[in-house]
Design a protein around this ligand. Sequence first.
Ligand code: CA
Ligand code: CA
Ligand code: CA
Ligand code: CA
Length: 424
Amino acid sequence: MSTTKFSKLLFVTILVLVIFISCKYEDESSDFLLGNETKMGKLLQDETWYANKIYELEGKVIVPNGITLTIQPGTIIKGRQGDGLNASALIVSRGGKLIAEGTANAPIIFTSVIDNIELGQKTGTNLDENDVQKWGGLIILGKAKVSAKIGDTQGHIEGIPADADYGTYGGNDDNDNSGSLKYVSIRHGGITIGSGNEINGLTLGGVGAGTTIDYVEIIANLDDGIECFGGSVTINHALVAYQQDDAFDIDQNFSGAFKNSMVIYKSTVGDEFLEIDGPENSTFTNGMFTIENCTFIDIDNNGSCDLKSKAQGSIKNNLFTGLSNFKISTKLDTDCTSVLMDAYKHYINGTLILESNHTDANLQIYTKSNNGATTPVICSLPTNLQTAANAIYNVANNTTNNNVNSVNQSEFQNWTWMAANNKF
Ligand SMILES: [Ca+2]
Ligand SMILES: [Ca+2]
Ligand SMILES: [Ca+2]
Ligand SMILES: [Ca+2]
């Protein structure tokens, strides 16, 4: 063989080898199943989780301050079972970031290890809407303003041990950015993570407006679908279904919004569409929540919304189907006549607004309080309070109001558990 021929042969051989190796490498990085990977404790550096594996959460997995976790489209994360200290949850601490941007074709799915869903699938076959509490949930904590009863400008998220620094949330930065969630589905969670504390599907503590939350689904959670403890983030295109407490729960001076979102639940199993409290302390007290262009459906036709504990904000241009009552709490002084600050007073003052909703629900003013008298007497509600509230309510909401532009299910086709299980 001449030197030239040998060189040519060597060149071709190397070329073939290079192509073979690069194809194989490509295979492993994109489609090749690499099995399950278990995650536990605090991440020590930035990480990316890939769509060719199933990630199992063993206990609490924490994205600490300064660290970013990126999750690729199509990735499946499964939380292990076990409750209390052993409960599985993904917790993004204050100063940490989660970039979980799925697509309609490749959503990112958080579920339980007992879910038989496999890579490339949008649903398993062995769990349904009644299967709750099979793992924990997703918790995101940020630096936006909160009003917490204990701690005032910062709180400690329920269920996390008090001495664990990763459970603190709140601050002074309403534009704080905890990352981005897009096309994320959270299923079958709500296990008890601390004494008497069931975890929400998605818990947002002090999450700031710089964070993106657009197209998230929470189904079959034991506690609330989404609960916001203060913060200023806008939640867009959320779908909460078959939760067993409230769909959207707002506390501690939340000044963000729920927009273009949908709730489908059964009030014989779950509690309420909305449970809304206002600020709990004195430093930040001006947070006004917004709920608009949402669609609320109670399959059992007896749903309710509870606006209490100084709730302030607006509920406008929403469609409610099966809503019986907007409940508004009023706090009375020991004379059972003088009205103290509560959701009712905000409603009369125009700082709690129910307007232009399509609903045939009634307004129900109620009181439980006598302002903490030493010998408690439960006051009966003075009738003029209900009358005054009705006068505002009746002109502002009715079933002939068809211009609410509320979201419809087309936003939730293709990528959700609900669509994959024909639940619309
Ligand atoms: Ca809750
Ligand atoms: Ca509730
Ligand atoms: Ca609740
Ligand atoms: Ca609450």
